[in-house]
Design a protein. Structure first.
Length: 173
């Protein structure tokens, strides 16, 4: 299984993954986020991305003010936005900006990164893709091109019922 806690696997990936690696490195993003145990998650790591897919990096934040201070370093980047929201009753800080042809979304919660749903979903989806093969991956991408978000696309193809974001957490590939 890929070690998703490091982005080194991207260097040997497809063209988009290599470009993502280069962009993240150029920004020094993971070094700046190191105190927050950052992990790249989402569609690009598991190769179900489409042109509009962004680079999602999750973080564990114990101190909102410190996290926001680090994120302010990116305030000059195109589309910079910092907001606080509650997701599943958990306070979250979301930062968006663009650089090198990529949209970035940095997401922070007071939850260890490997326990955050975005990481858990990605690992489950990766295992499903490994088990189901290339045709399944292509079907996921096709649904995404039709407007489906990732978890709903997987849930549809797997015949899962109810909230796809909850249902995916119960899948054991």
């Amino acid at each position: 299984m890929i070690d998703f806690t490091s982005i080194e696997y991207l260097k040997n990936g497809n063209e988009r993954q290599i470009a993502a690696y280069d962009s993240i490195q150029k920004l020094g993003l993971l070094k700046k986020l190191k105190p927050f145990d950052p992990i790249l998650v989402g569609t690009i790591p598991i190769q179900v991305d489409i042109e509009e897919s962004d680079l999602d990096i999750i973080c564990c934040i114990a101190n909102d003010a410190h996290f926001k201070q680090v994120m302010e370093e990116f305030a000059a980047y195109k589309g910079f936005q910092l907001k606080e929201v509650f997701i599943n009753e958990v306070k979250s800080v979301i930062v968006n900006f663009a650089s090198d042809g990529f949209e970035f979304e940095i997401f922070g919660q007071r939850v260890p990164t490997q326990q955050q749903n975005a990481f858990r979903h990605m690992v489950i989806e990766h295992l499903i893709l490994e088990a189901q093969g290339e045709e399944f991956r292509e079907q996921v991408v096709k649904l995404k091109l039709e407007g489906y978000k990732t978890e709903p696309a997987f849930a549809k193809l797997l015949g899962l019922k109810g909230d796809p974001y909850v249902a995916m957490l119960d899948v054991v590939p």
